[in-house]
Structures are given as structure tokens and as C-alpha cells.
Design a protein around this ligand. Structure first.
Ligand code: PRX
Length: 648
């Protein structure tokens, strides 16, 4: 493993936060950060207990942290409600008329909700859900695109103490089915269709197809969005607008235990089935609230725009819970970055005078490729802070973002985190930490991050290794839904501290440089895909005998998917079959999982015991000849043939 973890990036430039920014920031300089950071890790429990006072509790906790063999419990004995903290608490402190949510539909006719209005909408829907049998501890599956009802549904669940499980609306019927089967939910919230690039995606049809195999589902609630024709089954399917029509706009917030589940979010790992990452009430909320406050340096007059989809963790923590828990104004955009033209994001920035903008490197690269003329048509002068998330950002894209979008006056927070971590762990604090393009810089308060070598010893300065988090933090996952064994095995077995799955190095200034995943996870356009999921989709096609999937570098997407496929006897290798296989993956997993390249193979490099040597396949896909030791292969000749037939 060690020679595999090479440290590759060299970037010497340092960018200091503008004085005018630092002067007004929550954390104003590196000394202040270092002092607070030291305090926070000297006694994290004391630190978090102090911060937790910023939430509103129905009952104070008894213990701050308890460790049950790496299953961590935060703030046990405490009672609170996440929705109450995101809405009622702000209203009580005078924010009733402040805009909580700006929704920008693809069509452009925006809609806003004040905190007062949002609370009413949430309560109406919570009351409707209650009548359908939703209550504390029940799982509600939400399969919606970026419309206000998605955020309203999540908050309504949180208000009732129901556990929401949002499935990205770009996922296929099969993916939805797998998640419902795992979570055994009885309720599904979806819409007639969703808009994407001006087209209608029939997501209710997907939902209908998915639940054919899901006997647990009793009710489907359907938001009317696109007016396309759908089938509504009597006594099972109900229109959202009809259900809320006569509902009262007040609903009591359930008193939840700190460690009651808040939501499940499925994410890809190294097996064929995605795992349900479980986050609980108090710790998650506290961590989302604190990180949002300090990392986005939020002020009362900010307009904050995160371009992620709420179907991913970034949307959960930094469109919904983090911003609302800080009484911020958050923007939700329904559509695609290039719709109708590549200046859509910049139009939104100007239209709403966005001050903080948070997006993924893949979007930055795609927009940069379209040329400066698009951002240059907009003013962008309202911006004061930029952020990135989801994958490493290459220094060229960073510099474009810094110069062309931020006009060299906006710090960039390159935020490193994961579905499992609940919130950002490694990041600049924008007024305090000088930036090095490509580095996520330093750990957030209370986060003890380190790099371990294979034997568990600490890596040297600039030496690559396993990125680990050595102490628990409130926002961390609590378990894998229905699979505590997997939780222990995946995250704690190797070193008995939290294993991130990423490789990284720390430089001489204590800056972290993330180098990518060490497991079988690929980041395609920032979306997390398991190679095993794509392989099992390929193998489910009638013509495929065996498949192996690896990443290869891609200019825009960061990584793209390369599949080696062995066909069953009697099938002809053809371009049309390749297209059919791509479509098949698109249909069974989702369009983002479609392989970019498919190479038909007669054999794969395997050890004598039959294990596929992915490292070698990755080298072939990348066009490299660094295969390592081939003598362990059952048939070393296989490599040569695969190399000759490599898809360029
Ligand atoms: O490899 C890291 C990469 O994204 C992974 C987590 O993916 P996911 O659970 O989908 O969450 C993404 C949004 C938080 C990590 O293991 N990653 C995330 N942020 C960064 C990153 N890689 C480099 N730099 C980042 N800022």
C-alpha cells in the first residue's frame, strides 16, 4: 500500500485573507484560530458542551460524551427538536420576517419564504403526515428534486421525530428500491415530475416502478410540479397540495432525545450495496450549526448560495440544517448549472446579491471551460466568500475561481468532509487561515486529524498515508443503518480510530493535502460512486459474465469511469453493445454512474487465488505502465493484451 500512497501535489503560492475581510470575521487571524483550536482539542467535551448552549434545549443533557466500544453518544439525557431550533428559535429571537429560503426554479420565477412562512408550511405538512401515520421513529423516504417541498418535508419529519431518508432524484428506480428495502419505510414523498435542463423527468414513474418490489410502502405523497400525466393509485397515492389544504399551521415539535435518529443517507462504499449512514439529533445539528457559522463566517445580512443537491450530504448540512440553525438566508436552485446558458449561477448571484457561494470543483472546471465571457457579463461584486467541496480542486481551477469569480478579493474555503462526518472537518477559516490552492488547510475546532502509515504509526511531514480522525466529534455518523458490524469494520477496525478512506499528507506548515480515496470509491463530478455498484449493474445485464470498474482522470469530472467487461459466450463485441451497457447502468443505477469507456476483455489480471488486481487495471485505464509486481498474476500475458486494446 505504501508505495501506492505517493504525495503528488506541489503548490507553493500562499494567499492571505484581505484585511477588510479578517477585520469583520468571527475568527480574525491565525493566532486566534490556533489558540481556540488548542483549547478545543485539549478538552473537546468541555468545548462542545460550551458550544451546545447555543442550541435551544427542552431539557439539558446529563453526559456530554459516552464511548461504547466506538459507538459514540453525545449529549445523552438532553431533549431538543431540530426543526424547532431551525425555525421557532429564530422566530422567537425576532427573525420572523427574515427570508429563510429563496427558491430559484429553472424557469426563473423565484419564490421566497420568511422564517414565519416556512414554519407555517412545515407545520401544515407535519400535521398532514401525522394523519397518514407518520410519527417518531418511522422512516420517511423522500424522492424529490430541488423544490421547496423537499426542504419542507425534511423539516416536517424532524418536527415529528420521524427519520427522513432522502434519495437523490437523479437516481434510478432500482436505486430507490434498494434504499426503501433497506430502510423498510412505509412512506414515500415524491412529485409528478421534475425539471432538468428544461425537460421533464418522470420521477413518479420511477417511484411506481421501485415500489413494486417494496411491500413496506403504505402511502405515497405526490407534489404537483410538472403537471405531466401520472397514475395515482387510490388509497395509496395522495396529492401534497390536497393534504395540506385544510391543515392547521401549528404543530407541536416533538421532544427528541439527543441520540434519537434524525436521518439516514445512503452512500457508496466498497460493496455493491450502498450503506445507510445514520445521523442523530443534537450532535449533528450542533456540528452543522457551528461549522456553518465559522467556516462561512455567516453574518445576518448574508445571502448564501450552495449549488449542491439536497439529495447529497452537502445539501442536508449546508443548504438546510446549517444555514437555518444560524437564521441565515439560503438559496435553493432547481436546475442545472448550464441551463439555459453557462451564466446561470452568475445570474443568480447578481439577481439575489449573493455574498457567499459554495460549489464543487467539477462545476468550476466545467464553467471555466466555457470561458470568462460568461462570468464577465455579470457583476458579481456582492460576493465576499467562495467555497468548494466534494473532491480535490486542482490549482488551475482554484486560481480561475479566485480571479475570475472572486476578483481576487474573496477567500476560498476548500472544505474537506464526507457523508459520514456530518459536517466539514478540514477547512480554512476564511478570515484567519492563509490559503494554499489545492489544500483544505487545517482541522476545524475539536477535530484531531492525522496521517497514519500502514502499521499505524504517524507519517512524517509530507509523507502520504491514511487520513484518520483520532477523537470523536458531535457530527459523526453513529452507525450504518441495520448494520452496526459494517460500521465497526469500515471505520474502526484498521486503527481503532475513525478511518476516512482518503489518503492525505500534512506539509511543513501543518496544512492537509487530500490525495484521493484509498478504497473502491470513485468521485465522478464530485458524486460518490462505488465501483462494486457499477460492476454489479453491468453483471446484471444478460450478456455480461464479469466486470471490473476503475477510475481514470478526467479534465472536467475529476474522475471518470472505465469498465473492463468480459462477455458471456456467444455474445459479439460491438459498439452497439457498449452503448446498450452504458444505458443499462444509467437505468439501473442512475445516469451519473454510466461508464465513459468500456473495454471488452477476454480475461482480467488475477492472482492465483482469483483476486482481480485493480491497481493494474487502473494503470491500464490511465495509460500508465506502472503495474507493480506482475509475477503474482496467474497469467502475466493478460496485461499486455489489455494494454494493446486500451480505449483512448
Ligand atoms: O474523497 C473525499 C472527497 O469526497 C469524499 C466524501 O464524499 P461524500 O461522502 O460524497 O461527501 C462529499 C461532500 C462532503 C471524501 O472521502 N472530498 C470531499 N471534500 C473534498 C474531498 N476531496 C478533496 N478535497 C475536498 N475538499
Amino acid at each position: 500500500m505504501e508505495d501506492y500512497i505517493k504525495s503528488i501535489m506541489k503548490e507553493a503560492r500562499v494567499f492571505y485573507p484581505p484585511k477588510s475581510f479578517s477585520n469583520k470575521a468571527h475568527i480574525k487571524n491565525i493566532k486566534e484560530y490556533e489558540r481556540l483550536y488548542k483549547q478545543s482539542i485539549k478538552n473537546p467535551e468541555k468545548f462542545w458542551a460550551e458550544q451546545a448552549k447555543q442550541l435551544e434545549w427542552f431539557k439539558k443533557w446529563d453526559t456530554v460524551l459516552r464511548n461504547e466500544k466506538n459507538f459514540f453518544k453525545w449529549f445523552e439525557g438532553g431533549k431538543l427538536n431540530v426543526c424547532y431550533n431551525c425555525l421557532d428559535k429564530n422566530i422567537k429571537s425576532g427573525k420572523k420576517e427574515k427570508i429563510a429560503l429563496i427558491w430559484e426554479p429553472e424557469s426563473g420565477k423565484g419564490k421566497t419564504y420568511t422564517y414565519g412562512q416556512l414554519l407555517k408550511e412545515v407545520c401544515k405538512f407535519a400535521n398532514a403526515l401525522k394523519k397518514k401515520g407518520v410519527k417518531k421513529g418511522k422512516v420517511v423516504q423522500i424522492y424529490l428534486a430541488m423544490i421547496p417541498e423537499l426542504l419542507i418535508s425534511m423539516l416536517a419529519c424532524a418536527r415529528l421525530g420521524a427519520i427522513h431518508s432522502v434519495v437523490f432524484s437523479g437516481f434510478s428506480a432500482d436505486s430507490l428500491k434498494d434504499r426503501i428495502l433497506d430502510s423498510k419505510s412505509e412512506f414515500l414523498i415524491t412529485s409528478d415530475g421534475s425539471f432538468r435542463n428544461g425537460k421533464v423527468c418522470p420521477i413518479k414513474d420511477n417511484a411506481d416502478a421501485a415500489i413494486k418490489a417494496c411491500p413496506s410502502i403504505k402511502s405515497i405523497i405526490v407534489v404537483k410540479r410538472t403537471n405531466n400525466k401520472i397514475k395515482m393509485k387510490k388509497n395509496r397515492d395522495y396529492w401534497f397540495h390536497e393534504l395540506i389544504e385544510n391543515e392547521k399551521d401549528f404543530c407541536k415539535a416533538e421532544h427528541m432525545d439527543s441520540e434519537d435518529p434524525l436521518f439516514i443517507l445512503y452512500t457508496s462504499g466498497s460493496t455493491g450495496k450502498p450503506k445507510g449512514v445514520l445521523h442523530t439529533q443534537a450532535g449533528y445539528l450542533l456540528y452543522a450549526q457551528q461549522t456553518f457559522k465559522y467556516i462561512f463566517d455567516i453574518r445576518d445580512d448574508d445571502i448564501y448560495f450552495c449549488t449542491a443537491d439536497i439529495g447529497w450530504i452537502t445539501g442536508h448540512s449546508y443548504i438546510v440544517y446549517g444555514p437555518l440553525a444560524n437564521s441565515a438566508t439560503t438559496i435553493m436552485y432547481e436546475g442545472a448549472p448550464m441551463y439555459p446558458k453557462p451564466d446561470r449561477f452568475w445570474n443568480i448571484v447578481d439577481k439575489y446579491k449573493v455574498t457567499i457561494f459554495y460549489t464543487a470543483p467539477t462545476a468550476i472546471r466545467a464553467l471555466a471551460k466555457e470561458g470568462d465571457k460568461w462570468p464577465n457579463k455579470s457583476n458579481l461584486s456582492s460576493l465576499r466568500l467562495l467555497g468548494t467541496v466534494g473532491e480535490p480542486i486542482n490549482p488551475e481551477a482554484w486560481l480561475w475561481y479566485y480571479k475570475v469569480i472572486g476578483k481576487e478579493k474573496c477567500p476560498i474555503v476548500d472544505t474537506w468532509w464526507q457523508t459520514e462526518t456530518g459536517g466539514i472537518l478540514i477547512t480554512p477559516l476564511p478570515g484567519a487561515i492563509p490559503l494554499k490552492p489545492g489544500s483544505a488547510t487545517k482541522p476545524f475546532f475539536g477535530i484531531v486529524a492525522d496521517i497514519f502509515k500502514e502499521n499505524g504509526s504517524k507519517a512524517k511531514v509530507n509523507e502520504g498515508g491514511y487520513l484518520v480522525i483520532k477523537k470523536p466529534w458531535p457530527g459523526m455518523l453513529r452507525t450504518v443503518w441495520n448494520n452496526p458490524k459494517k460500521y465497526k469494520k469500515t471505520y474502526f477496525e484498521k486503527f481503532n480510530v475513525y478511518l476516512t478512506g482518503d489518503s492525505a499528507k500534512i506539509d511543513e506548515d501543518g496544512y492537509f493535502w487530500i490525495m484521493g480515496r484509498l478504497d473502491d470509491v470513485i468521485k465522478v463530478s464530485g458524486h460518490r460512486m462505488g465501483t462494486a455498484e457499477i460492476e454489479s449493474s453491468l453483471v446484471s445485464h444478460k450478456s455480461v459474465a464479469e466486470a471490473a470498474v476503475v477510475p481514470f482522470p478526467h479534465k472536467i469530472k475529476g474522475q471518470a469511469i472505465y469498465a473492463f467487461v468480459i462477455l458471456k459466450k456467444g455474445n459479439q463485441k460491438s459498439e452497439s453493445l457498449k452503448e446498450e451497457l452504458k444505458k443499462h447502468v444509467g437505468k439501473t443505477v442512475g445516469p451519473i454512474a454510466k461508464p465513459d469507456k468500456i473495454q471488452f476483455a477476454d480475461d482480467l489480471p488475477k492472482t492465483r487465488s482469483g483476486k482481480i488486481m485493480r491497481r493494474m487495471l487502473k494503470a491500464i485505464a490511465e495509460g500508465s505502465s506502472e503495474f507493480g509486481n506482475v509475477s503474482t498474476l496467474a497469467d502475466p500475458e493478460v496485461i499486455k493484451k489489455l494494454q494493446e486494446e486500451r480505449i483512448l
